[in-house]
Design a protein around this ligand. Sequence first.
Ligand code: A2H
Length: 253
Amino acid sequence: EGVGPQEYTLIKMKVKEPFPEVLSPLAGKEVFLAAATLRPETMYGQTNCWILPDGDYGAYELKNGDVFVMTDRAARNMAFQEFFPEFGKYSALLTVKGKDLIGLPLKAPNAIHDPIYVLPLTTVSTTKGTGVVTSVPSDAPDDYRGLQDLKEKEKLRNDFDLKEEWVVPFDPVPIIEIADLGNLAAVKACEIYKVKSQKDKEGLAKAKEEVYKKGFYGGTMIIGEFSGQSVEYAKNRIKTQMVESGDAVVYNE
Ligand code: A2H
């Protein structure tokens, strides 16, 4: 954990209707899985959404009528950032386990793939961000390895009752070009360090270091309005656009 507040962009991943039984009390409302990211410029490459299967989540109605699905901890923080009608107050319309959300189809802003699905990842933390993570396997080694595990390991898919169609068709999308690593940097870095499982903490740490080190100054957008511009240039502009269009909100913790 860093020192001082961390700002995240919360990406509003819209739950498509009809809702499943567990969410049926929310029928007629605009319901979003709220995914915390530090990389709003990568949203073109979303292939799925991660939740912690054993995690506890709630659905919270904001003062603008949107319903956000996230951890209680995130809702409490948001209550002190003027998202709810009364400062410091919030309550859940309903609570669910992460497992209950698996397989929900989502419309994710800026994503090429539509719909994308909620899938399980055991390394999601419920004490960081919202406990909901959007997956960009082109540029995040954790996301790439999580998705590959589900593609390659039938037993894992069966353990969580996943349908192949939620997983198999979703290829990483080239969105950023990085010198030496190409346009699927996370895939390349996982190859270089022979990362074969989401449990390989050491390998993933090396892959992430490689991608971030080379990507920080050297990344160029190859998709969207800022194609041809540096990632550094595009990041805040895309964040601002997403907030202004209502596809994202800024959240601190
Ligand atoms: B980032 P930091 Cl393309 N549990 O978004 C596990 N991981 C979480 C999380 C949680 N509860 N909440 C957020 N995250 C992930 C995109 C991305 C991210 C890319 C590349 C790097 C990257 C797509 N996933 O993060 O510990 C989210 O993944 C590099 C650090 O607060 C979020 O941004 O620094 C990042 O970790 C926040 O991690």
